[in-house]
Design a protein around this ligand. Structure first.
Ligand code: IMP
Ligand code: MG
Length: 179
């Protein structure tokens, strides 16, 4: 597609999802989510930092229901592109989940490790419902708790932009590119 971008000393390969493509799909997801809940559901949109910050910001503006927003930080990656398999909640503001409709917002599901470890921890806090909304899903298989909403089935490439990083770089790109 467009030319490769020299950023942070690394070349981007190609744009996989353009800003316009993402915007269209995220708006659609917001509408899908709005249809699944009622006004009285006490909706909590719970973003996993840092990867979900841009996606969540766009998504909640397309959800036509009263809701609250909170964030957590789960860490499964050190630096680089390999998952360590070890998932820790390194920031948890402990919002009340009791009796609430909770949507966990994640940038990308790869092995499913992060979600599979996190969901039981959050389920213990007795939400009325607990669903996952992921912008991207690599469909590698073996995921225990599948997201209810997925933006795009992603290629098996390392993706950056629109919140996704490589060693903390590229998060600000308005599109998603492969490295
Ligand atoms: P999982 O636990 O293997 O499902 O990996 C999920 C987490 O790994 C995501 O929250 C991302 O932070 C990170 N991740 C997985 N694939 C990519 C990618 O292609 N680009 C950037 N981060 C990724
Ligand atoms: Mg991440």
């Amino acid at each position: 597609m467009t030319t490769s971008t020299q950023l942070g000393g690394q070349d981007l390969d190609r744009i996989v999802y353009s800003a316009a493509t993402i915007a269209r799909r995220v708006e659609e997801m917001g509408r899908e989510i709005s249809e699944c809940y009622d006004e009285g559901d006490d909706l909590l949109v719970l973003g996993l930092l840092k990867g979900s910050f841009i996606f969540l910001a766009d998504l909640v503006r397309s959800i036509d229901l009263p809701l609250q927003v909170d964030f957590m930080v789960a860490s499964s990656y050190g630096s680089g592109t390999e998952s360590s398999g070890d998932v820790r909640l390194v920031y948890d503001g402990e919002p009340s989940l009791e009796g609430r409709a909770v949507i966990i917002v994640e940038d990308i599901v790869e092995s499913g490790n992060t979600m599979d470890r996190l969901v039981p921890i959050l389920a213990e806090r007795n939400p009325k419902s607990l669903e996952i909304c992921a912008l991207l899903h690599k469909r590698l298989g073996g995921v225990v708790k599948e997201p209810r909403w997925v933006g795009f089935d992603a290629p098996e490439e390392f993706l950056v932009g629109y919140g996704l990083d490589f060693n903390e770089n590229y998060r600000h790109l308005p599109y998603i590119a492969s490295l």
